[in-house]
Design a protein around this ligand. Structure first.
Ligand code: 13P
Length: 257
């Protein structure tokens, strides 16, 4: 089973609209030749419309960092998946920062994931354990539980548009990444095996699973050379256009056909 690698830059709360536009204009000429990798950037909501126009006809796809399941209504500060659908290809849900700072729960992650899929978009579902859970040996059961909860009620036919990002919280923005081998073990046992349990082996083998957490050009090859890791969800290093282009180049070289 060949899975198309997917490298996504989660810009978090960084870059103004002009900076976002400049970034994608600088990026496009650098990544023309890496056709085997799916490339995604996730700017803030504020930049999405302008960046969507700039990316039209390009191989770079756009993601939103979140999205509400209701189409519209009295939800101050929220943006609905229905509003996003004309601009983005993916919506990220369940990032550990939205779980921690915006009270995202397994239940809201599940509602969001289903809303994204119902609108025909792809969803990147982020999961990952805390340092305390890791230290307590709870990583596999916790991550597996998050995957199960996020996918509850998602039909097998939608699974081709689901990407799971395994991001151990202790590795996000800390410079301390999991080793490639350790990340691969968790991804295989807690994510792919859970999908297999829920949907069977064929769906599980086709499912794309990213690693995230302090990914940078110097460790990208280590992650990409792992059999169960199909790409990366990148924070800090995705903000630098040369680093991001380099991550795509490495994914293409290591994973490319
Ligand atoms: P860093 O790459 O900055 O560790 O962030 C990872 C992340 O949270 C991507 O969603």
């Amino acid at each position: 089973m060949t899975r198309t690698p997917i490298v996504a830059g989660n810009w978090k709360m960084n870059k103004t609209p002009p900076e976002s536009l400049q970034f994608v204009r600088d990026l496009l000429p650098k990544i023309e030749t890496f056709g085997t990798v799916e490339k995604v950037v996730a700017p803030t909501y504020l930049s999405l419309t302008a960046v969507a126009s700039a990316l039209q006809g390009s191989p770079v796809k756009l993601a939103a960092q979140n999205g509400h399941w209701e189409a519209s209504g009295a939800y101050t500060s929220e943006v609905s998946v229905a509003m996003l659908r004309d601009y983005v290809s993916y919506v990220i849900v369940g990032h550990s920062e939205t779980r921690a700072y915006l009270n995202e729960t397994d239940e809201s992650v599940n509602r969001k994931a289903k809303a994204v899929l119902a609108k025909g978009l792809g969803v990147i579902i982020a999961v990952g354990e805390s340092l305390e859970q890791n230290d307590a040996g709870q990583t596999e059961s916790f991550v597996s539980g998050q995957v199960r909860a996020a996918l509850d009620g998602v039909p097998a036919g939608d699974m081709a548009r689901v990407v799971i990002a395994y991001e151990p919280i202790w590795a996000i923005g800390t410079g301390r990444s999991a080793s490639g081998e350790l990340a691969n073990t968790i991804i295989a046992s807690a994510v792919r095996d859970t999908i297999s349990d829920m949907y069977g082996q064929t769906v599980a083998e086709a499912a794309r699973i990213q690693y995230g957490g302090s990914v940078k050009p110097s460790n990208m090859a280590e992650f990409m050379s792992q059999p169960d890791i199909d790409g990366a969800l990148v924070g800090g290093a995705s903000l630098d256009v040369n680093d991001f282009a380099s991550l795509i180049e490495i994914a293409s070289r290591v994973k490319g056909s």
